[in-house]
Ligand binder design. Structure first.
Ligand code: FAD
Length: 257
């Protein structure tokens, strides 16, 4: 782990979808799938972004606001700052793993596919065809099912519906997921109903990324998403009353989900 921000050159930029780009950096990291780095966009902000590949280091970023917009304007040869990796990452148990990714939440899940000892089934969900990415990468080590909200590609369904169908018809040892909290909320209900262990990667506003500022602490446990998370097990999710209900904005004020 590197707690000092170091700047690295952008070697490659790939437009994955109209809103998502993957940046390949002139470095490599060692770590666990599901971990994140703090990305410093000089003169703008520092933001948490999951690792979508360790060697070379890749981050896959959706343009949503100031920092991600500035990142999307970067060109090959520009430099950005990186510290990390941070957080716990996924801990896979059993053999048969159902992986569910929604939107840009698909990005960190790709790093799981390097594990050749598991049997992966992957559900990729997005609003529309053009927002599906990494499908071919997942297909190298998994059975992949795609769904879109508008039915423009794959099955017309939410990722949660497709996941429940798969769970009803197959045996999985665990479910891992990353995506919008509304997707995780319904998926959590499904995994609880079918009594399958789950691990979800959760997002909260964070400033330091190393457990000092407390901004990403969760009610009522005090667990910090940057330190004890971002991946939480079913057992932990049951204890965090704010999950699926509210989060805190930049000022710390509760915002309903
Ligand atoms: C552990 C973790 C991993 C993440 N991985 C990815 C990833 O792989 N790819 C990706 O595109 N996005 C990822 N995000 C979300 C990303 O951090 C935010 O989209 C980004 O910080 C938005 O910054 P902005 O200045 O562009 O937008 P802003 O205008 O600042 O905010 C837009 C929205 O983004 C969210 N946000 C802003 N800053 C933060 C922050 N510091 N922490 C958490 N949420 C924030 C808020 O909900 C806000 O409403 C991750 C977040 C976390 C916590």
């Amino acid at each position: 782990m590197n707690d000092v921000t170091k700047t690295y050159k952008i070697l490659e930029i790939k437009q994955e979808t109209p809103t998502i780009k993957t940046f390949t950096l002139d470095t490599a990291l060692e770590g666990t799938p599901g971990q994140f780095v703090m990305v410093w966009v000089p003169g703008v902000d520092e933001i948490p972004i999951s690792i979508s590949n360790f060697d070379p280091l890749q981050i896959t970023v959706k343009e949503v606001g100031e920092a991600t917009k500035a990142l999307h304007k970067k060109r090959i040869g520009d430099y950005i700052g990186i510290r990390g990796p941070y957080g716990n990452g996924f801990g896979l148990v059993g053999e048969r793993v159902l992986v569910v990714g929604g939107g840009v939440g698909i990005a960190p899940l790709r790093t799981l596919m390097k594990n050749k000892n598991k049997q992966f089934t992957v559900v990729l969900g997005a609003q529309t065809k053009s927002e599906i990415f990494f499908e071919e990468d997942f297909k190298r080590n998994a059975d992949v099912f795609v769904c879109t909200d508008d039915g423009s590609y794959g099955k017309k369904a939410f990722a949660t519906q497709l996941a429940e169908e798969l769970i009803q018809n197959n045996r999985y040892d665990m479910v891992v997921a990353c995506g919008p909290e509304i997707m995780l909320k319904y998926l959590f209900g499904i995994t609880e109903k079918h009594k399958i262990n789950a691990q979800f990667s959760m997002e909260r506003w964070m400033k330091c990324g190393v457990g000092l500022c407390g901004h990403c602490s969760l009610d009522p446990t005090g667990w910090r998403v940057c330190k004890e998370g971002p991946v939480f097990s079913s057992e932990q999710l049951r204890k965090v009353t704010e999950f699926f209900r509210y989060k805190r904005d930049q000022s710390g004020t509760e915002v309903e989900l």
